[in-house]
Design a protein around this ligand. Structure first.
Ligand SMILES: *Cc1c(COP(=O)(O)O)cnc(C)c1O
Ligand SMILES: [Zn+2]
Length: 466
């Protein structure tokens, strides 16, 4: 077959395949096959990387850290500086906007709010288009270039679209985007338009858009960039490497993430698992996923699993009952039939983590608390802090344990939500299934005040606020 690999990167790339996750099938397919589900059994596909030998792996953390200070774009990217772990050759036609390398903040007020001694928040909203989607899109659009695709499509709740539009624009490829009409924040829509994508607003919800994408993906001229695309997961898993680098390769006790389509949780789980196999960490952090109550099919499924057998290898359920009319103001996770639920649930169970749901009020208040820490995030991201508060109250997360929450999107992605919360006018419309409209209390509201244009009036106002 191929010549003997001469570098770590070549070694890593040489043996990678696309593998069906169904244990009874385990079909293996070439990296250049344009597939999104297993052609044999319809199961989910993941990339199985040929990881470096553990002896070589010990040298990687130093190499990765050194690259972060290099002027070479391939080294500077928070995705491509980890290229030994990615299923691309030594010199891929990589498409980068300098994604990754995001901050890990201490969040003392949010910690106190949750009942934790300490809490750190990994802010993936600090990526080029303002969400974690960029790390995955850098890899997926690179794969599209490798395959010679001309048009890349995605269905999106907004952030995937913005990210695809930017990276496709960068690579001079066409991006076509299917958005559920009227359900996307103005900021996210504006991004896709500005980056030059063809935007189709469809009558239907995200799950309808997703079904269309599966049909479009059968066309050979089209490459699908949704998180069923296994190369996106490869790019997104680099956040796991960054987290461990920022923790000096000591795994924290818990990592908590929001769950929509569950691509992000799948990617984190895969990244941690690979580091464990390489011996770069000595245990897995418990990976917990938080959904919004109105769009929580995986949390419901998790609750139904046999508790006595958890966290030991619980058998993965075959099916998940979708939520017909997903309902939440956290639009980035308003998804009733998450495509990557099985891969994500497998990682959660393996790590001893949990999947739970939080209410709209809990999300809104947690978001305000993250704002008070001077950090801020979009609504979906705040499920992490809302979920932690609940998991601490249940005694599952202990006060002194080390906890990292992943913030998935930037505060300015959904300014309308934020200002309505602070002015006390935020509400969830009545649901299609008959559930009533719900007003959200701005428990930490901070409305602007009308003050006369005099020094005395301003001083008096400030005095009153203290
Ligand atoms: C996409 C997205 C999510 C959900 O991630 P999944 O991989 O679909 O679970 C959460 N928050 C934000 C801000 C997102 O853009
Ligand atoms: Zn299969």
């Amino acid at each position: 077959m191929a010549k003997k690999p001469t570098s770590v990167a070549e070694w890593a790339a040489s043996g990678a395949v696309q593998r069906c996750i169904e244990p009874g099938c385990a079909g293996a397919f070439d990296l250049n096959e344009r597939i999104y589900v297993c052609p044999r059994c319809g199961g989910s596909i993941e990339v199985e990387c040929r990881l470096p030998a553990p002896r070589a792996a010990r040298l990687l953390p130093k190499l990765w850290a050194a690259r972060a200070a290099s002027p070479d774009p391939c080294d500077l990217s928070g995705v491509w500086r980890f290229r030994e772990m990615l299923p691309f050759g030594e010199e891929p036609p990589f498409v980068t906007l300098f994604e990754g390398n995001t901050p890990l903040y201490h969040a003392p007020r949010s910690a106190q709010y949750c009942g934790l001694a300490d809490l750190r928040l990994k802010h993936q909203g600090m990526n080029p288009t303002g969400s974690f989607k960029d790390t995955g899109m850098s890899a997926a659009v690179t794969q599209a270039v490798v395959l010679g695709a001309r048009t890349i499509v995605c269905a999106s709740t907004g952030n995937t679209a913005a990210s695809l539009a930017a990276y496709a624009g960068r690579a001079r490829l066409n991006a076509a985007i299917l958005l559920p009409r009227g359900q996307i924040s103005a900021a996210k829509l504006a991004q896709s338009l500005d980056y030059g994508a063809s935007v189709c607003e469809i009558d239907g919800n995200f799950d309808d858009a997703m079904r269309l994408i599966r049909e479009l993906g059968e066309d050979p001229s089209i490459y699908v960039a949704n998180s069923i695309n296994p190369f996106r997961i490869e790019g997104q898993k680099t956040v796991a490497f960054e987290i461990m680098e920022q923790c000096l390769w000591q795994a924290p006790d818990h990592v908590v993430v929001p769950g929509g389509n569950m691509g992000n949780s799948t990617a984190l789980g895969k990244g941690f698992q690979e580091l464990l196999e390489l011996g770069l960490i000595s245990r897995l952090p418990k990976l917990s996923v938080i959904q919004a109550e109105g769009a929580a099919p995986v949390a419901s499924l998790f609750a139904s699993l046999d508790r006595r057998r958890r966290p030991a290898e619980t058998r993965l359920p075959e099916r998940m009952a979708p939520v017909e009319h997903p309902r939440t103001l956290a639009t980035a996770i308003k998804i009733g039939a998450p495509v990557s639920w099985k891969k994500a649930l497998r990682s959660v169970l393996r790590s001893g983590g949990r999947v739970i749901a939080v209410s709209e009020q809990e999300i809104a208040d947690a978001k305000a608390m993250i704002g008070r820490d001077g950090i801020g995030c979009e609504p979906a991201s705040a499920t992490t802090v809302a979920g932690m508060k609940k998991l601490v109250a249940e005694g599952y997360i202990k006060r002194k344990e080390s906890v990292i929450g992943v913030l998935t999107g930037h505060m300015l992605k959904d300014p309308d939500y934020t200002s309505r919360y602070h002015q006390g006018t935020l509400s969830l419309d009545a649901g299609a299934n008959g559930s009533p409209a719900q007003a959200i209390q701005g428990a930490f509201r901070n409305a602007p005040a009308r003050v006369a244009a005099t020094k005395a009036a301003v001083l008096e106002f400030l005095e009153r606020r203290l």
